[in-house]
Design a protein around this ligand. Sequence first.
Ligand SMILES: NC(=O)c1ccc[n+]([C@@H]2O[C@H](COP(=O)([O-])OP(=O)(O)OC[C@H]3O[C@@H](n4cnc5c(N)ncnc54)[C@H](OP(=O)(O)O)[C@@H]3O)[C@@H](O)[C@H]2O)c1
Length: 243
Amino acid sequence: MPVVSTSPTPTFIGCLAASIDGVIHPVRTPGYAQLGSDTDIAHLLTLRDGADGVLVGGETFREYPSHHQGHNKNHVPIVGVMTRGNNIHQSISPNAPLFTQRQNYPAPTLIFTKTMPTEAEKAPYPATVEWVQLSDSEADNAALVARCFQAKQAKRVLCEGGGELIGWLLRQALLNELYLTQCPLLLGGVASGQVDTARPLVGGPGFNKGESPQMTLLSNNCYETTHGTECIQHWQIRYNKGQ
Ligand SMILES: NC(=O)c1ccc[n+]([C@@H]2O[C@H](COP(=O)([O-])OP(=O)(O)OC[C@H]3O[C@@H](n4cnc5c(N)ncnc54)[C@H](OP(=O)(O)O)[C@@H]3O)[C@@H](O)[C@H]2O)c1
């Protein structure tokens, strides 16, 4: 169990690229899809340079199971992955580059899991993996995730998605800021009852207007790309009392 540290609670910062209608992964597109321009990718790498930790959901991990480095190859943020942990070797493969390419990447990996693997299941993972048991209380889980990064002296944790993770962080009032790259695209395709649907920026049960976190725009940097006008927006997020 992680040690409680006296350092301040980390700041959790979302960073995603979405179409104007809020899609982060288009329909009928298997695997990783780059929505933003190379300017957007360069911005993501700059944010990683300033991050002590990176947090991703299981789906995003499976599409990008690698280290999350920025421009500075000497800086390696701690990676945290959230999973329900059903069939752990399929959910979070021990053969992922994040685990097999460790020689230049000493930073620990935190796997937050609802189902704790057995010692035999843990055996193929490197010793730098730390397993953290999640409970059925999502509020307790949010506090635990924050404490675990805090115990590693992480001050800035970049939450790279996907939408289900972002929805969970918002419901737990844990996400403090959001860098949203608004891409000049209209993608649609977010529908229930279909096998293959687009993925939304905010997954899960959602909010009605009164429940929505309050969003204050801190900066908005727009530039032209081959596809149209792209904007990198930096938002501050505040939560209603009682949330
Ligand atoms: N455009 C962008 O900037 C961007 C950024 C990131 C990702 N993406 C895309 O978004 C898609 C993935 O997004 P997504 O919304 O489908 O999934 P996601 O948020 O990446 O991952 C969902 C998974 O995270 C785990 N998880 C989430 N909440 C949890 C909780 N409270 N407790 C325990 N585990 C939890 C579960 O993992 P298990 O399934 O392992 O149990 C769940 O299935 C991918 O297509 C990816 O390419 C786009």
